[in-house]
Design a protein around this ligand. Sequence first.
Ligand code: ADP
Ligand code: MG
Length: 680
Amino acid sequence: EFIQALHLPGDKDKDKKEPELTETQKKKLDIEETKKSLPIYPFRDDIIQAVRDHQVLIIEGETGSGKTTQIPQYLHEAGFTADDKRIGCTQPRRVAAMSVAARVAQEMGVKLGNEVGYSIRFEDCTSERTVIKYMTDGTLHREFLSEPDLQSYSVMIIDEAHERTLHTDILFGLVKDISRFRPDLKLLISSATLDAQKFSEFFDDAPIFRIPGRRFPVDIYYTKAPEADYVDACVVSVLQIHATQPLGDILVFLTGQDEIETCQELLQDRVRRLGSKLRELLILPVYANLPSDMQAKIFMPTPPGARKVVLATNIAETSLTIDNIIYVIDPGFAKQNHFNSRTGMESLIVVPISKASANQRAGRAGRVAPGKCFRLYTAWSYKHELEDNTVPEIQRMNLGNAVLMLKALGIHDLVHFDFLDPPPAETLVLALEQLYALGALNHRGELTKLGRKMAEFPVDPMMAKMLLASAEYKCSEEIVTIAAMLSVNSAIFYRPKDKIIHADTARKNFNHIGGDHLSLLNVYNQWRDTDYSTQWCYENFIQYRSMKRARDVREQLVGLMQRVEIDMVSNPTETIDIRKAITSGYFYHIARLSKGGSYKTVKHNQSVTIHPNSALFEDLPRWLLYHELVFTTKEFMRQVIEIESKWLLEVAPHYYKPKELEDSTNKKMPKTVGRSQRTE
Ligand code: ADP
Ligand code: MG
């Protein structure tokens, strides 16, 4: 039940005549006309001129105005790609980079990967011919390592700057620096919100080009009382809109793949039960791991008479624009990476969004006609509980990776690096300490030989160290597989609602007594032994696409291992060495069993719990290494292996002292307690 509390005025508020939606749908504009209809189009020549006149330009314009898809094309048409130079455009999210590149390739009538391409981690879809290149901000960050002056680019667009991801923030400093000694390089900083002034000041008062918005009014509704279960509330709201509101598509903001899948199943279930009483409702998910052919579906026009509901993560807040959204449902949450600089613990956690985010989300309903936004929280909560703005990632993330990259670029004085907003000093110090403990930096804070090799890998420093340490333990084949599987992890096991028991049994068959990393290794090796069979995946409730991706990632990691001259050797029988290699990288992530069967992290005594999906859920080994922490109802360790405490002294002598690892529970807890009868 909603109460209307607010009317978010649009630029077109006076013009009360509502355009016929079906008209818009019926109009099958061809690409040229669509391009001309975008708010940015009238400013095409002005933008080109402004780029000619200024080295750095800040571009501000409402989401969906055409910044990402059009500006690179305009500049290409204006000759900025002559002399074999490229136009680069960064995106904070991989899905956006891929989807936007696909769209622009289509608009230009070329094959994706030829003139227009994209490059994201572990996937380079560009060629010699590529003149417009979309990439993630992380990818550009890495490109600095091989091409410190970005010589192959004539224009670099740092897009979605308002998202303030860690990589984007660091790129600001890097591109500002090279703009000084590459006067021919044009820089565009493009943003959807009002941060333009701040960007302008940072870039020595660069001029701001504002693209006037075209926005219809959006009515905002709040719930009267807080919702206990917001996924369920979303389902109810979608059905209510579908049953009572005029046609127009719905966009629902959820926090991640799991939630989206749950919501999708619930919706499908209820729609099925309602049968033919309702018009057709197309339910389409979109999240980072969704295969690209499925992503493309969200952009297909809704068939006449039907309604589309898109279940999306934050990605649809500003990175992707889906046309014809009239209704937005906003539960008010997002998943965020959270780093506690006191404990050094990093965790994925669902948090309330900011007011700025809430307003961006609402704005998605007013692009093509007056819209409605249903907030699944109270007006009081909006006013008093939501922060004004989202804290930039650089102030709430582990900086290990960023610091390693900067050191590899020869930037030693991080305290005086030109940050738009500096990270907290203690986070920087922690990152330096962590890199020192991993052996990437020496005691003077300089990059070591090992550190230089670690920086070659597009993974976090702990994983890079694990990969390099595998040489010493003669198990590089196995470790590379584990690293690849961990990189696609969340999407490996398939668990359809109507076959949960079968799926869980199938999954248990892969369980390895040593822990989840080894179970993942089992999955991969068995699949490899069937010659990468699709049928085998199907029979074992394994997602074929994820496995294929793991295989791609694996191949690239093998290439990188060869580049840093590490032999690929296999040690298929001995899991101790494999686990020691993992420990060499992840010795920060250790928990010890305490009385009462709960776990505490070794250094900071934080309570953590084995994730119920783990092979070790019922075993409770004394010492555990976890891959990551995920906070839901409590702090869960996802992907754990059993280790021996003495390994820690072997792999991380400057981090652990024997005293810390004394085991008071030794005598009381014989090794077999709590163990199930599984054999290896
Ligand atoms: P901005 O960057 O200013 O937010 P975009 O350039 O991303 O705007 O979007 C401009 C238009 O292009 C929007 O109407 C959007 O719907 C359309 N568009 C973008 N990507 C795709 C895609 N993959 N398929 C179809 N249309 C797309
Ligand atoms: Mg954009």
